[in-house]
Design a protein around this ligand. Sequence first.
Ligand SMILES: [Zn+2]
Length: 164
Amino acid sequence: MFFKYCGECGHKLDDIKCGDDNCRICPSCKKIYGNNPLPVVEALVVNEYNEILLLKQNYISNTKWTVVTGYMQDGETIEEAVAREVKEETGQIVTNCKYISSYYFAPKHLIMIGFIAYVKKEQFADSAEVDDLKWYKIEEIDNVIARENNCSGMHFDMCKKYLC
Ligand SMILES: [Zn+2]
């Protein structure tokens, strides 16, 4: 996604070449902008009993359940973003995470970075970000996971072969 204006000073950006890549530069403050997607982490949370934690977020669906997702923040690694989002949305502490795959979500210019996040089963946090949380067995997921207008089902499919 190319910005038209500088995020620092608001000046209109000019096109430049950065090596082989097309970039833009602010003629005023010289800040350089790439043609980058926004990175979003996506995590299937699994505990030591092979249960999978799904979230209910009523603004997405009243009936279907989703995986943890969230925008990366400046200054953190991808693994730190996974751990932070899982903690914020569910209260669970990530002990280890495994990269699964990524894909580009064109309508919103997002690069979705998919993980399995391993946790030890903990009490749920009082999270203002989700409406409900529930542990599911692997064989129950297909009936409850969101697939329409949501990438949770696709992420689960990609994780399946790594689950016991
Ligand atoms: Zn500028």
